[in-house]
Design a protein around this ligand. Structure first.
Ligand code: ZN
Ligand code: ZN
Length: 388
């Protein structure tokens, strides 16, 4: 049943409920634009940006996503983080988007990366190869296993094909250049992390296992029943074969894809056990008191490497509960104790107000101020590779 959505109703029918109600085997990355009047379009662009940045304004159906038993972070309907913060309210979204004094840096239309990666079929043994696809997407190859993290190959990170944050550079690996993908890790439901078009295309081509926190499996299968989604709770450890395993760990964030599904699916970060040591993959996270990072060190340390988000942080009054800035990320590195870190969540989709190069610049300054060598925490560009 389609909920009453006021002025959005027609749009939902054409752009959102349409694709969700079918069972396509392959979803095109670049769907055609429907007709939308300019005023409605402007509001939708603002709200789509807000939804993708991890805010409370969004859309979608009343679909039940998770019906498990109550726990210390699930009240029977909603997930919550005892050490986290509630998502922002719609009034605060509107104050950010339309309130006075906003300083939104306009990103250049197209900022191509000088790099492009063609990965090998496999990486055997104790080497780990990290290939940065862009934003929060990575290909990690180790122990003969190929793992994708939060894969987004779509043109927009948005519920809409015609509005919302658009790419400012191509994925660092062409989709057709991907090696056989064995496992996909999807951290949470926000559109810049859970992209059903990409998951559907991966399912059609490679049929990988998709490991995701509770409830997101329902979202994926509703879009395409071929997506082999398996949902797990915080602290569940999943054996991936070849001596590799992943544990889902709490992260200071939240979730929503629709007006009625806020925190009805779980969010997580990952600790990946590899032959080279443990890799802590933090997908979206505020800093808070740093307790999440220190707990991972206590429970899972020592960590060989960490992938930490450094972008989508301005304005701070709005973003800091859910997204770290580079200064926070340097503190998070100290807290988790990883030997080295790689930065992500910047430079491809403009979700927030800072300039395109601000996170990488601020990371260098924050490292200098903390006395941490710059080569211990690198910000790669899409298509760039690092091996350990
Ligand atoms: Zn998010
Ligand atoms: Zn994100």
């Amino acid at each position: 049943m389609i909920p009453h959505m006021g002025p959005f109703r027609g749009l939902l029918q054409t752009s959102l409920l349409g694709p969700m109600s079918g069972v396509p085997t392959t979803i095109p990355f670049y769907p055609r634009k429907p007709n939308v009047n300019p005023t409605r379009r402007r509001l939708l662009i603002a709200l789509a940006g807000a939804a993708t940045a991890g805010l409370s304004a969004s859309w979608a159906s009343r679909m039940k996503t998770y019906a498990g038993s109550v726990s210390d972070h699930f009240d029977g309907t909603h997930f919550f983080d005892p050490d986290g913060a509630s998502p922002k309210k719609l009034a605060e979204v509107l104050r950010w988007q339309f309130g006075g004094g906003r300083e939104r840096h306009k990103w250049p239309e197209w900022v191509p990366s000088p790099y492009s990666d063609t990965p090998p079929a496999r990486v055997e043994g104790s080497k780990v190869r990290f290939s940065f696809v862009g934003h929060a997407s990575w290909l990690i190859q180790t122990g003969g296993l190929n793992v994708l993290v939060d894969p987004v190959w779509s043109e927009r990170a948005s519920p809409f094909s015609f509005a919302g944050p658009k790419r400012h550079n191509d994925p660092g690996i062409a989709f057709d250049a991907l090696p056989k993908i064995d496992v996909v890790l999807v951290s949470h439901g926000h559109y810049d992390h859970l992209d059903v078009a990409t998951l559907s295309n991966l399912a059609a081509k490679f049929s990988p296992r998709v490991i995701t926190p509770l409830g997101n499996d329902t979202v994926m299968r509703a879009a395409d029943s071929a997506i082999r989604a398996e949902a797990f709770d915080w602290q569940d450890r999943v054996d991936l074969g070849n001596g590799i395993a992943v544990t889902l760990v709490p992260t200071r964030h939240w979730s929503a894809r629709g007006l009625f599904d806020r925190n009805k699916t779980l969010w997580a970060s990952f600790v990946l056990e590899t032959p080279a040591g443990k890799i802590y993959i933090v997908c979206d996270s505020g800093y808070g008191t740093g307790v999440h990072f220190r707990r991972v060190r206590e429970m899972h340390g020592p960590l060989r490497a960490a992938i930490l988000p450094i972008g989508a942080y301005e304005p701070r009054w709005f973003m800091k509960d859910q997204h770290m800035n580079p200064e926070d990320a340097v503190k998070a590195l100290a807290d988790c104790g990883a030997e080295i870190a790689l930065a992500h969540h910047h430079g491809t989709f403009q979700l927030t107000d800072e300039a395109i190069d601000a996170p990488a610049t601020a990371l260098g300054i924050a490292l200098d101020q903390a006395g941490v060598p710059r080569d211990r925490f690198l910000a790669l560009k899409p298509g760039q590779v690092m091996e350990i």
